[in-house]
Design a protein around this ligand. Structure first.
Ligand SMILES: C[S@@+](CC[C@H](N)C(=O)[O-])C[C@H]1O[C@@H](n2cnc3c(N)ncnc32)[C@H](O)[C@@H]1O
Length: 476
């Protein structure tokens, strides 16, 4: 029998918020019917206007907080709620860390059916603001013809003009100001997405946190850049640490921000930065982790869980530009990194050269194809690290890894749901989840990164427990 839906669109209800959703939204019930309410917090009572009703749940707008939570804080950013960037700036930072941990724990229990697994407290940041080393902002025009540079509003292509974004490195605000001044002074037209007219499409700013080197990239619809000397002078005179000014020419009708053609207008074609002791050359198109402080924390955890002694063969599946591989190479005999994107592997090879690493080999291809090939050639890993995209690992890869019998597997994940699914497969194949460490890489947003240690149950029983038993017997 179909149950009657107890809420109606555009009607208002008083709702007790009983949980938090994946995107940091509050969840409440009206006669047992679930309603998601962005901006509401568990423990609050709120007046909510229903915006949409589906078969099993609805979405509501927070109209009034009748009983506030003590976890609620005033968001520092005046654009919070309008801009699509941060979603949980209204939550006390400690509470942000708690809900991220809980999200991981819930996924392990609900999806993975893994009971009693140790999930550590989320490792947070000392300063959970200004942590991003890269910003890419669309440039456009408002309805009055004013230049706007900022972020897209949630689920739209309207640019919200932003003077200051609190999760970006401060220097980007100054660059945006100077670009606007230059565009206004010389009447440089911003790009119009619908008409495919105008010149300046995006501005990208990158900063090396350890080196202080700054790169500015102006993305243009076409080759010409009138009055570019004035722009260069303004940036060079006012931006401390400026190292590189680049024009990226993107004349395509596309949502992709950068195209492949880069012209160096001033300075070098790249900047450098470090993660730990490793040096990286960062060009406009190369991938580099956006939160370098927490990346070092995350990779430190990977290394701790890998527990390398120096003589191991290690596989780094989904290796990207090989940053984890470099960390692993310092403590192992040989690392094999596998990544599907050719350019990322070119970067990985360059990165290992810059750092004089000779025991890392990189392979272009799908992990689920290349790892079994390595194993079939007789290259057997002692430790395997996987860091897949959101959709997680292919089952066939997990099967191949488990068959090759490594002592440990370290799983780095950006999606607790697929992580839990995969850990359950590992468990079926003899790999127990030993420790789970969430790390906050994207403060003020609902994303959570997790590092997990799995150990080979058979190896552990035989080698570790067996050894302890033997030592006890010898002592007696
Ligand atoms: C979460 S990133 C990990 C990057 C890297 N480990 C790091 O820390 O910078 C996932 C990577 O997997 C790559 N990828 C996606 N599917 C793949 C597959 N089937 N086999 C190998 N790599 C894949 C993506 O291109 C991306 O670089």
């Amino acid at each position: 029998m179909n149950r009657e839906i107890p809420i109606k669109k555009n009607e208002e209800y008083i709702i007790d918020i009983s949980g938090m959703g994946h995107d940091g939204e509050g969840i409440g019930k009206v006669e047992n019917f679930t309603v998601f309410i962005p901006g509401a917090i568990e423990g609050e009572t709120a007046k909510v206007k229903i915006l949409s009703v589906k078969k099993n749940y609805g979405y509501g707008k927070l109209m009034e907080i009748i009983k506030p939570s003590e976890k609620r804080v005033a968001p520092v950013c005046p654009s919070f709620g309008k801009c699509g960037g941060c979603s949980i700036q209204h939550l006390d930072y400690n509470y942000q860390l708690q809900i991220k941990r809980k999200r991981v724990q819930d996924a392990l229990e609900r999806i993975g059916k893994l009971e009693g697994v140790k999930v550590h407290n989320t490792i947070g940041m000392d300063n959970p603001y200004n942590y991003r080393n890269k910003v890419q902002l669309p440039v456009g025009e408002d309805k009055d013809g004013n230049i706007v540079i900022g972020f897209y509003a949630p689920r739209s292509h309207n640019i919200i003009d932003i003077d200051k974004c609190f999760i970006q490195e401060e220097i980007s605000h100054k660059v945006v100001q100077l670009l606007k001044q230059w565009m206004n002074k010389y009447r440089i037209k911003p790009y119009n997405e619908e008409k495919h007219t105008g010149l300046v499409r995006h501005i990208m700013v990158r900063k090396g946190f350890k080196t202080g080197e700054v790169m500015v990239v102006i993305v243009t619809n076409g080759d010409k850049l009138p009055n570019k000397d004035e722009l260069i002078k303004s940036l060079v005179d006012n931006i401390g640490g400026i190292h590189s000014i680049i024009q990226n020419v993107n004349s395509k009708r596309t949502n992709v921000i950068l195209d492949t053609k880069c012209k160096t207008l001033w300075g070098q074609d790249h900047i450098t930065d470090y993660i730990g002791k490793f040096k990286f050359n960062i060009s406009p198109l190369s991938f580099f982790q956006v939160n370098p402080v927490q990346t070092e924390v995350l990779y430190g955890k990977v290394l701790e869980y890998a527990d390398l002694k120096g003589d191991e063969v290690v596989f780094d599946a989904y290796c990207g530009t090989g940053t984890i591989s470099l960390f692993l190479s310092q403590k192992s005999n040989k690392v094999y990194g596998v990544e599907i994107i050719n350019e990322a592997i070119e970067n990985a090879i360059e990165n290992s050269k810059i750092n004089n690493i000779q025991n890392a080999e990189f392979i272009v291809g799908k992990s689920e194809e290349e790892i079994p090939k390595l194993i079939s050639k007789g290259i057997i890993p002692d430790v395997v690290v996987v860091d897949p995209p959101r959709k997680g690992c292919e089952k066939i890869l997990i099967e191949s890894i488990c068959k090759s019998n490594p002592k440990r597997v370290v799983y780095v994940s950006c999606d607790p749901g697929t992580l839990a699914r995969d850990l359950a497969i590992f468990k079926e194949l003899g790999y127990e989840t030993e420790e789970v460490q969430p790390v906050d890489m994207f403060s003020q947003t609902s994303h959570v990164e997790t590092c997990v240690l799995l150990y080979n149950k058979e190896y552990y029983e035989k080698e570790v427990k067996g050894k302890v038993k033997a030592e006890v017997v010898t002592e007696v």
